[in-house]
Design a protein around this ligand. Structure first.
Ligand code: ZN
Length: 148
């Protein structure tokens, strides 16, 4: 087995505009810069959010809409390739005004109040997503599995 290794090619740091959609904004930047493999981190606040939970038995996402202002405690994710295009996969933890957290798979519909974003683009082999029968998800191709 040969594990693929990556190094940082470019790092983008900046903020995203109030009112924009968080996932759409990150995806737009990745497509404009043609980032095909990388890491995403963001903190800030949102006006509202849509997150999802993947039901492992039903093999489908269930959306949760949260219509209140919250802190982005942590938004982490990656960019790889799905159907030849940069594809962003992020998870997010959000805290309400009592510090209680919600979390899940970031969906379109999450409106930015303020956001500080860092994207690290890597140098190395592109990771392609392919449909995985076992999970029902589009996962990185089998050659990327790090364990035998
Ligand atoms: Zn996810």
């Amino acid at each position: 087995m040969s594990r693929k290794q990556y190094s940082i090619r470019r790092t983008y740091i900046g903020r995203l505009p109030q009112g924009a959609d968080l996932l759409e904004s990150i995806t737009k930047i990745c497509k404009e810069e043609n980032i095909k493999i990388g890491k995403i981190t963001a903190i800030g606040a949102v006006k509202k959010a849509v997150i999802a939970f993947y039901d492992q038995v039903e093999k489908k996402y269930h959306n949760l809409e949260i219509n209140q202002e919250m802190e982005i405690v942590s938004c982490i994710g990656n960019v790889s390739v799905l159907n030849g295009q940069p594809f962003v996969h992020c998870h997010i933890a959000l805290a309400d005004n009592q510090g209680r957290c919600f979390g899940g798979h970031l969906m379109i519909g999450t409106e930015i109040f303020a956001c500080e974003l860092i994207i690290e683009e890597y140098e190395g082999e592109i990771l392609e997503r392919v449909y995985d029968e076992q999970s029902g998800l589009s996962l990185w191709h089998p050659a990327s599995i790090l364990m035998e």
